[in-house]
Design a protein around this ligand. Structure first.
Ligand code: HEM
Ligand SMILES: *[C@@H]1O[C@H](CO)[C@@H](O)[C@H](O)[C@H]1NC(C)=O
Ligand SMILES: *[C@@H]1O[C@H](CO)[C@@H](O)[C@H](O)[C@H]1NC(C)=O
Ligand SMILES: *[C@@H]1O[C@H](CO)[C@@H](O)[C@H](O)[C@H]1NC(C)=O
Ligand SMILES: *[C@@H]1O[C@H](CO)[C@@H](O)[C@H](O)[C@H]1NC(C)=O
Ligand SMILES: *[C@@H]1O[C@H](CO)[C@@H](O)[C@H](O)[C@H]1NC(C)=O
Ligand SMILES: *[C@@H]1O[C@H](CO)[C@@H](O)[C@H](O)[C@H]1NC(C)=O
Length: 377
């Protein structure tokens, strides 16, 4: 079927579009006019940030340079270490750079669970590491941090995180973005080899991806195709349209409920709130469920109420399609999956829209032709 071919193309394009970009790093940093040549460096995989360091194992001192780009010159970049279990935001001891009225600042911030979950504000606070010295250099949106830190002894790997945000209010950096890239700035790195030992996938990556793909197929492809079949095959076929429409909508609904349930699960396990995306999702679930149960109340074909049932069924159907597509775009904006996922979906929407438009013209043409043939005005 054409629909599956389109789907296959969309999925193939999206899969192959994850290009591997070669990255380079530089050991040489300049702070406050003087150059520092570190021994190791790593181009970090997100936000075009980079890290360079020299590790003195005999006294556990890490000299580190971090270079990042803030979203705006009034924004911030931050880098830090999570000395505990793993590289993640909560528990990290960070240094954050930004410009303020008194000049360029790099200040320490400890990231707690409350900062992440209830956005209590991020005030400057003592961190779990001894900072022997620190410096900052800011030029527009390019911000670099230099620090000499004392690490717990015997440490050879570093659980580090980095991020950036677009504003700072009274020395409190405000929340970073929540896109895929903005939630991927964490890594475990071997300080001797500069190799990454893991990290870099946003939290709940697989759940988010599955939720996105299943919902796009269900609400964004199967259900609209089912409507296209019903509207444009109906005038030509006695009952064939019905035997295609019903399985498409049933499968679309079942997958849609599965995708919706994954969304509810995501809502429970992540602390990020996406109010309108969530509300539209719940409205879609309710409307689609009503649509299914209304089938059992469908009056007979020649009952005088049947026409009102049809109006009801059609209008709810169109609202579901419209809201579904809107919510897919909201979801794409939230996850910003990169690659060609978004353009792939826009492409399949255009194909469906063009098919629908052509068929729309055809059925109106046939309608007027029939009226003329029957001698009606
Ligand atoms: C300013 C206040 C901050 C707020 C309100 C905040 C909020 C959040 C939230 C809600 C998430 C999880 C989103 C999800 O799971 O979908 C998150 C993840 C993350 N944040 Fe923050 N954040 C803040 C500051 C920072 C800073 C300063 C850094 C780094 C310097 C940072 C680095 C990260 C990283 C790397 C993740 C993804 C990995 C993880 O969840 O542990 N955050 N943040
Ligand atoms: C910095 O150090 C690296 C090796 O650690 C060396 O190859 C490079 O030439 C140095 N750069 C400068 C400007 O000293
Ligand atoms: C640590 O080693 C460096 C050279 O690698 C040396 O210059 C320094 O004096 C040593 N520090 C201590 C405390 O032993
Ligand atoms: C550790 O050793 C390095 C290299 O000699 C030195 O620059 C640094 O000040 C030392 N730190 C401490 C805490 O001794
Ligand atoms: C600017 O003021 C803040 C808050 O008083 C202070 O913590 C910080 O060290 C100051 N920064 C500079 C560069 O003077
Ligand atoms: C930058 O250099 C000037 C003098 O060259 C010095 O007075 C100042 O303390 C330095 N600032 C930092 C943050 O290192
Ligand atoms: C940590 O290093 C010290 C020497 O600095 C050594 O005696 C000790 O056994 C090490 N501990 C571990 C767990 O490797």
């Amino acid at each position: 079927m054409a629909s599956f071919r389109i789907l296959a193309v969309v999925l193939a394009v999206a899969t192959f579009s994850y290009a591997c970009r070669a990255q380079e790093c530089n050991t040489l940093f300049t702070f406050n006019g003087s150059a520092v040549n570190f021994t190791k460096c790593s181009a970090l995989p997100q936000q075009s940030a980079s890290l360079a360091w020299t590790f003195y194992e005999n006294n556990s001192t890490l000299l580190v340079g971090f270079a990042g780009t803030a979203p705006s010159s009034s924004g911030w970049v931050g880098w830090g270490i999570n000395p505990t279990a793993q590289a993640s935001m909560v528990g990290s001891s960070t240094l954050i750079a930004f410009s303020a009225t008194n000049g360029s600042n790099v200040l320490p911030y400890k990231l707690t669970q409350d900062v992440k979950d209830v956005n209590v504000g991020l005030a400057c606070s003592p961190i779990d590491l001894i900072i022997e010295s620190s410096a900052v250099e800011i030029q527009g949106t390019s911000m670099s941090i230099f620090a000499a830190l004392r690490l717990p002894s015997n440490q050879t790997t570093l659980n580090h995180i980095w991020n950036r945000g677009s504003s700072v209010r009274s020395f409190q950096p405000l929340e970073h973005g929540l896109s895929r890239e903005d939630l991927s700035g964490y890594q475990t790195i071997d300080m001797y080899t500069a190799q990454s030992l893991g990290g870099g996938k946003p939290p709940h990556h697989n759940l988010k991806r599955t939720h996105g793909i299943i919902n796009t197929i269900a609400w964004g492809i199967l259900l609209p195709l089912g409507v296209i079949v019903a509207r444009y095959l109906h005038p030509f076929t006695e009952s064939l349209w019905f035997y295609i429409h019903v399985p498409l909508q049933t499968l679309g609904y079942l997958l849609g409920v599965l995708g919706w349930a994954l969304g509810m699960r995501l809502r429970a396990v992540t602390s990020a709130a996406h109010k309108s995306h969530e509300n539209i999702g719940i409205a879609l679930f309710v409307l689609a469920t009503l649509q299914v149960f209304a089938l059992f109340l469908r009056p007979n074909k020649d009952h005088k109420l049947r026409i009102y049932w049809n109006y009801y069924h059609h209008s709810i159907g169109y609202i579901i399609i419209l809201l579904g597509i809107i919510n897919i775009f909201k979801g794409l904006d939230i996850l910003s999956p990169g690659g060609n996922w978004k353009s792939g979906y826009v492409g399949s929407l255009i194909v469906m829209a063009v098919v629908a438009l052509v068929l729309e013209v055809v059925i109106w043409f046939l309608y007027f032709k029939k009226r003329r043939d029957e001698g009606l005005p």
